[in-house]
Design a protein around this ligand. Structure first.
Ligand SMILES: [Zn+2]
Length: 357
């Protein structure tokens, strides 16, 4: 289409974003992001070390509590970025797919298309083109897009065979011959760490370390890091660990952001987008552990963004709803491309408030 060349030119001229980093926290609820730790869940039998949890994460107001839980979100991101999906303010973010679990959630984020065929967590190959695949084909981005995930399913979700994307998922080793000593060492220790999430889901700190070392050595223009443990800890009913993992991941994100701002290739031209694949239940109390089409509220999600094109709106309080099917085109537009025009399937419109005043 002739028009998309024009659009592409316009986007590229208007936007400062040259690189995008995407991070997902699997099944992490908006409730904890915006309200901090929940007293009902601390007091219920989901936490053995109640005093320790209170000491770490409890305070009188939601504003204080959330800052204890996610200090990077509630300092740098709040001041310089944008946070969507605080329903207590009337701002809603949600998935458009009716299933509210992982594969459909990640399919929606990256293809922009809540395809009802993607109704499984099984290793079926996704027929839909995703935005990472699309960007990886653009001039200047070839082989500059990389994915590190704790969950082993991303090669199917992002159709690695067709897309040719570099995807390191689950307990895959990083096998490039020129890999740094640190990356080689991570190959070694990941098989020695306890497989407490089963042998198909890597512990998040390892996924993070792989992603971080890859970023430093290979300088990708798009990097996606997919964490998993918040979802695992919630299913297991371990509220303390659910909170601890979210808190740890907030620290990883802070460290990444600090690195990006210290590196000339990334400083002031990199947008960071953080989100999740689905929500969880809220009522009755035990439903926080669960999610799915039969769990009320598990379509409710959130996302946050910080970067040179995103005005510092902080907590967004407009009475509007954003959908995760809009994130693919938003990411694409930030980099100056029109994914929607070439995807070959339905794609949600970009969330323009991310890059307009
Ligand atoms: Zn789950």
């Amino acid at each position: 289409m002739a028009m998309c060349i024009v659009c592409t030119g316009l986007y590229a001229q208007n936007h400062k974003t040259k690189n995008v980093i995407i991070i997902t926290l699997d099944g992490f609820r908006w409730q904890e992001l915006y309200r901090g730790a929940d007293s009902a869940l601390i007091n219920a039998n989901y936490t053995e070390d109640k005093d320790e949890v209170r000491k770490k994460y409890w305070a009188a107001t939601p504003q204080e509590r959330r800052k204890l839980l996610m200090p990077f979100f509630w300092s740098v991101l709040e001041k310089q970025g944008q946070l969507y999906g605080n329903r207590d303010l009337g701002n809603k973010d949600e998935v458009a797919n009716p299933y509210h679990f992982s594969y459909p959630g990640y399919n929606e984020i990256f293809t922009g298309f809540p395809d009802v065929r993607m109704n499984t967590n099984d290793p079926i190959t996704n027929p839909n083109m995703n935005v990472l695949e699309f960007i990886n084909k653009q001039k200047g981005f070839e082989n500059k897009v990389a994915i590190f995930s704790s969950w082993e399913r991303f090669p199917q979700i992002l159709n690695g065979k067709r897309s040719g994307l570099f995807i390191n998922a689950g307990y895959m080793d990083f096998t490039s011959p020129d890999a740094s000593e640190r990356l080689k060492y991570l190959n070694e220790i990941q098989h020695e760490a306890p497989y407490y999430l089963g042998d198909s889901t890597r512990i998040d700190f390892l996924t993070y370390e792989f992603g971080k070392q890859y970023l430093k050595q290979y300088k990708p223009r798009v990097l996606y890091i997919a964490f998993d443990e918040t979802d695992d800890m919630a299913h297991a009913g371990m509220y303390k660990f659910y909170l601890d993992r979210a808190n740890q991941e907030d620290g990883f994100i802070k460290e990444l952001w600090d690195y990006l701002q210290s590196d000339p290739q990334y400083k002031d031209n990199t947008t960071l987008i953080i989100t999740c694949d689905h929500g969880r239940g809220e009522i009755p109390l035990d439903k926080w552990r669960d999610h799915g089409s039969d769990v009320v509220g598990s379509e409710q999600t959130w996302f946050a963004v910080i970067g040179p094109d995103s005005a510092p709106k902080g907590e967004v309080n407009t009475q509007t709803t954003t959908y995760h099917k809009q994130l693919a085109q938003t990411i694409s537009n930030l980099l100056g491309f029109d994914f929607k025009a070439v995807a070959g399937h339905e794609v949600g419109n970009a969330i323009e408030t991310v890059y307009t005043k």
